[in-house]
Design a protein around this ligand. Structure first.
Ligand SMILES: Cc1cc2nc3c(=O)[nH]c(=O)nc-3n(C[C@H](O)[C@H](O)[C@H](O)COP(=O)(O)O)c2cc1C
Length: 179
């Protein structure tokens, strides 16, 4: 039974993880989604998994802190199961920024933890200014100004390509056939 672990603050990585689970379930996999924030899985749980799926949101230039702790535990396993890694960030809304070579957050996480993921992808997240604190809103509006994104403080846009999420789920199913 594959577990789809996720790290989120505003819910988009969770929605993506749950969508992946639904697709895995449709393929007869009985997947469950698990939030890393309340408790990180024990290394024995990770070691016993046939395959590990991680959906990790980015905030202020890095994946959320529980992602690093999770990947450190994963990396310390004597024989880590295959990893399907998905990063959720707004940079991935741009063409060419959804792959491990094109997306800096994905590339850095892989290098930092010396990972060799079976699958690695970046999904575009959600921009919802009204949810953010005043400070976060101003900073993100400034980043959007620099990167040609929307700066209207009422903007709420989901950039996530659900087709890309479903492709990723299909690739996970295919991986499990080959293991
Ligand atoms: C405070 C804050 C900081 C963010 N920093 C970045 C960033 O450095 N780079 C980026 O590409 N996206 C950044 N984002 C966009 C988030 O990655 C995006 O909104 C994503 O959907 C958040 O995932 P979550 O809803 O699962 O928390 C930031 C969002 C917030 C609210």
């Amino acid at each position: 039974m594959p577990t789809v672990y996720y790290a989120t603050r505003d819910g988009q990585a969770q929605r993506i993880a749950e969508h992946i689970c639904r697709k895995l379930n449709d393929a007869g996999r009985q997947a469950v989604a698990c939030n890393l924030l309340p408790a990180l899985p024990a290394s024995a749980e990770l070691a016993a998994a046939p395959l590990i799926v991680l959906v990790a949101a980015v905030r202020y230039g890095k994946h959320l802190p529980e992602v690093d702790r999770f990947l450190a535990t994963y990396r310390a396993l004597p024989t880590p199961p295959p990893l399907a890694l998905a990063s959720v960030n707004l940079t991935a809304r741009k063409p060419g920024k959804t792959t491990s070579s094109g997306n800096a957050y994905l590339r850095k996480a892989i290098a930092r933890h010396q990972l060799a993921p079976a699958l690695a992808v970046a999904f575009a997240g959600r921009l919802d200014y009204r949810r953010y604190s005043w400070r976060d809103r101003q900073i993100i509006r400034f980043i959007m100004l620099l990167t040609g994104g929307p700066t209207d403080p009422d903007t709420c846009i989901e950039y996530t390509s659900w087709d890309a999420v479903e492709d990723f789920a299909a690739q996970i199913v295919a991986l499990q056939h080959s293991h």
